[in-house]
Design a protein around this ligand. Structure first.
Ligand code: BTN
Length: 241
């Protein structure tokens, strides 16, 4: 499941995930294609949010996996793999990142990377997947929420063109051996899980509460211990306060 044999580098696009989806619709998207954009004017985040970053300062790209062949109830493995790929990539810069469930990459309490995974299903299996990644690279100021970038963490300016090749290499290392080693992937995902085993503040439909993340279920639901009972949450059901 290697990627990067083909790369499209666009100056400006609405969203690299949309661009990939359109190519797929036209029957013109090969497995492993990477679509990199200097600027996205309608970048999309999770939960229907926007992904707005400064043009030319960050890594925004998508890649296409055509041969996923995972049953839908194992789709979280893909999230885990790509998240761990990002953690491994950041470690090459000496950065100890963690994974904020389900797939935000954090340094300390600030977000450095987000991803948008859009699967194409066939019956009860995932046929293919468009995986979009936004990594904050040289941007120094962020408004609205707590975010950071490679430059803020390492103190150095980075060359985006170089990063993409090195990141593709890291992701390929991850994809090479791992899709079937789900126990090891799951173990590593948990080792790197943000706020695991720490008492912290959360909010769900019943209001704010204190709880402890114990892990993530095989289907990808967050397990939170609250008042000696475990609760399972889907993505939109809980907010980290
Ligand atoms: C999130 O954290 O909310 C997900 C952010 C995903 C952003 C990336 S940037 C490249 C790709 N194209 C998009 O429109 N979104 C993803």
């Amino acid at each position: 499941m290697q990627i990067g044999q083909k790369m499209l580098h666009l100056a400006s696009v609405d969203s690299t995930n949309n661009y990939a989806a359109n190519l797929l619709k036209q029957g013109d998207l090969e497995h492993g294609t990477v679509i990199l954009a200097d600027e996205q004017y309608a970048g999309r985040g999770q939960r229907g949010a926007e992904w707005l970053v400064k043009p030319g300062e960050n890594l925004t790209f998508s890649f296409f996996l055509s041969d996923v062949n995972l049953s839908v109830n194992r789709q979280f493995v893909l999230t885990q793999l790509v998240s761990l790929g990002m953690v491994d990539f950041l470690r090459k810069f000496g950065i100890e990142a963690s994974i904020k469930w389900p797939n935000d990459i954090y340094v300390g309490d600030s977000k450095i990377c987000g991803m948008l995974i859009e699967n194409q299903l066939s019956g009860s299996s995932i046929k293919s997947s468009i995986i979009g990644i936004g990594l904050n690279v040289n941007q120094e100021a962020f408004s609205g929420f707590s975010a950071t970038s490679l430059k803020l963490v390492t103190g150095k300016q980075h060359i985006i063109q170089e990063l993409i090749f090195s990141l593709i290499f890291t992701l390929n290392e991850m994809f090479k051996e791992n899709l079937n080693r789900t126990a090891r992937i799951d173990e590593r995902y948990h080792e790197n899980l943000y706020r695991r085993d720490e008492m912290s503040d959360y909010e769900d439909a019943s209001g704010k509460f204190q709880g402890v993340i114990k892990g993530v279920s095989p289907e990808g639901r967050l397990i939170v211990l609250r008042d000696h009972k475990e609760y399972l949450y889907e993505l939109k059901e809980i907010r980290f306060v």
